[in-house]
Ligand binder design. Structure first.
Ligand code: PEP
Ligand code: MN
Length: 338
């Protein structure tokens, strides 16, 4: 349930409504928008329905959200959320391209990649230092050494970095080096991790669980917001279906649907969604046309030698072609690259 205050509600009236709610043991989550203040009730609001909340001075209307989540909804916050990644805004007019290798393999690999992609208009660098791998026999990342390479590359190129955090214990360490924390598909329902990340103020890239419904995904985001961190960017990265010709199935319909329900920015990762280099460009174009706020792409100086996800990583020349094509689509939808 969301209480929408009228645009001319006074501070005293707002405070009185909050007190009214809290006196009845409900939690009031207050969102002060440019035009009006909105108060969300986090618990089951059924007992409040019989009380004259709507009659309190300054209350314009009561909106029943009709979803199990509240803080992520537009009913709670009508205007788009813009998440600032060390001065790169995601969710504003400009489309943001995040690119880099699947895994950090060396400082040189990161530097070469960053210098190349930056010239083409990429504004955030990616690279995993802690890699969640299906097989324990494969490369699982350089750990802190990888984080140091990311930080060194950032220093050289000025590009902020996003990297994955796999457990609560890693939050502090990864936060020291990263501008944005990535929660991977396998951890989307690690509720302890979500809560603890929510207790920080670091921007979060929340990937959709490979078997998660949109509702479950938004509830995962709700965990982070509920802990106090509103800097969440959603990332559609494909879901498991019966199709075997692609690694996952890219759910492009999630973009306009999430935009309708939620104020959070949403980006698309066509690399993990398709698992195939030859499909990345068309899916990137489609994602931008469908309204995505940005893309997350895997690119490697030498994909054949990549220690992980080589078959979906673009070479430099392929990446250049991608940027060339999406620049045109982005302009066509009036959202030029930033
Ligand atoms: C990644 O982006 O490095 C990654 C592991 O992605 P996902 O969690 O979507 O599989
Ligand atoms: Mn990968």
């Amino acid at each position: 349930m969301v209480i929408v205050m009228s645009p001319d509600a006074t501070e005293t009236q707002i405070t009185r409504v909050i007190k009214y709610i809290e006196d009845r043991d409900f939690t009031a989550d207050v969102s002060r928008g440019e035009e009006r203040t909105v108060i969300g009730i986090l618990e089951d609001p059924t007992p409040l329905r019989n009380l004259p909340v709507e009659a309190l001075p300054g209350v314009e209307k009561i909106v029943s959200v009709g979803h199990p989540f509240k803080l992520v909804t537009r009913a709670f916050k009508p205007e788009d959320t813009i998440v600032d990644i060390s001065h790169v805004p995601i969710g504003a007019t400009n489309i943001v391209i995040i690119a880099g290798p699947c895994a950090v393999e060396s400082e040189k690999q990161m530097r070469d990649t960053a210098q190349f992609v930056r010239k083409l208009g990429v504004t955030i660098l990616r690279g995993g230092a802690f890699k969640p791998r299906t097989s324990p026999h494969t490369f699982r990342g350089l750990g802190e050494e990888g984080l140091r390479s990311l930080a060194a590359t950032k220093k050289k190129t000025g590009l902020p970095v996003v990297t994955e955090v796999m457990s609560s214990e890693q939050i502090k360490l990864v936060s020291r080096y990263a501008d944005m924390l990535q929660v991977g598909t396998r951890n989307m329902q690690n509720f302890q991790l979500l809560q603890e990340i929510g207790e920080t103020s670091k921007p979060v890239l929340l990937k959709r669980g490979m078997s998660a419904t949109i509702e479950e995904w938004l509830l995962a985001a709700e965990y982070i917001l509920r802990s106090g961190n509103y800097n969440v960017v959603l990332c559609e990265r494909g879901i498991r279906t019966f199709e075997t010709y692609t690694r996952n199935t890219l759910d492009l319909s999630a973009i306009p649907l999430v935009k309708k329900i939620s104020h959070l920015p949403i980006i698309v990762d066509p690399s993990h969604a398709t698992g195939r280099r030859d499909l990345i460009i068309p899916m990137s174009r489609a994602a931008i046309a469908a309204g995505a706020d940005g893309l997350l792409l895997e690119v490697h100086p030498n994909p054949e030698e990549a220690l992980s996800d080589g078959s979906q990583s673009l070479s430099f020349s392929e990446f250049k072609e991608l940027m060339n094509q999406i620049t045109k689509i982005a302009k066509a939808v009036n959202r030029p690259l930033c």
